[in-house]
Design a protein around this ligand. Structure first.
Ligand code: SAM
Length: 250
């Protein structure tokens, strides 16, 4: 059956390439890759010789049509991005929605994903989380977005670029306060992997004071806002009334 495979690739450490992904990439007829030059290094490393075509944000609609043609011819196709799981702050959404809409099978081949890796080792609550991808680059828009999240109680996860991390931490301190707990997961699975938890203002000071923290790839996690005390207040009120009633009962 013609199938589109959505294949995760490593986010740094090549040993995170799973055997099933290697098998799929070797056996499909074509691989759509975000940056074919970048991915050809991965392919060479694993001796994968499958032809690649480029699929990035600017040609995704066009590539989606090409992949559809291949599927209609009965071919097997795979989609990868530069690193981690395609579609997660990466191209692929248009391809997957179109291919599914045309009735073809889409099969995920899961593997590395920076936000899942970061959350799993962050120590922050993982029962509910909100993945926000990249914040707006401009300060005003970034502040607005964060303001909308001020009362969000789920753990929030952001992707960040090293040259913007200081500006983003400034915005986070401004909107969430100096005491909000943050975790920065940097260079995951690589030699200089660092996972650091600090209150927002202390995090900003630490990153400012250590230039190394402004390099590499970064996931920023923010502890959700404390649940509103309302429900507890209500419980107290209910208890108070119950005890008053109890006193009046015979
Ligand atoms: N699709 C990828 C995934 O599954 O995680 C994410 C692609 S997105 C364009 C790139 C961003 O992911 C980086 O700016 C960084 O925020 C995060 N990232 C990727 N690799 C990382 C790593 N090894 N350590 C920390 N963050 C990483």
């Amino acid at each position: 059956e013609p199938t589109l495979y959505i294949v995760a690739t490593p986010i740094g450490n090549l040993e995170d390439m799973v055997p099933r992904a290697l098998n799929v990439l070797q056996t499909v007829d074509v691989i759509a890759a975000e940056d074919t030059r970048h991915s050809s290094r991965l392919m060479q490393h694993f001796n994968i010789t499958t032809p690649m075509i480029a699929c990035h944000d600017h040609n995704e609609g066009f590539v989606a049509q090409k992949l559809l043609d291949r599927l209609r011819e009965g071919q097997q196709v795979a989609l990868i991005s530069d690193a981690g799981t395609p579609l997660i702050s990466d191209p692929g959404y248009r391809v997957v929605s179109l291919v599914r809409a045309e009735g073809f099978r889409v099969v995920p081949v899961p593997g590395a994903c920076a936000m899942v890796a970061a959350l799993s080792a962050s120590g922050l609550p993982s029962d509910r989380f909100l993945f926000e991808g990249f914040l707006p680059a401009k300060e005003v828009a970034r502040g607005q977005r964060l303001r909308q999240l001020q009362t969000e109680t789920a753990t929030m996860i952001f992707y960040e670029s090293p040259h913007r991390i200081v500006a983003t931490l400034n915005s986070v301190v401004a909107e969430f306060g100096a005491e909000r707990e943050l975790v920065i997961a940097r260079e995951l699975t690589k030699t200089f992997e660092t996972i650091c938890a600090l209150p927002a203002a202390a995090m900003l000071a630490w990153v400012l004071g250590d230039g190394n923290q402004q390099k590499g790839e970064i996931v920023l996690l923010v502890r959700g806002a404390a649940k509103r005390e309302q429900s507890e207040d209500l419980d107290d009120e209910v208890l108070r009334i119950l005890s008053l009633l109890a006193e009046e009962l015979p």
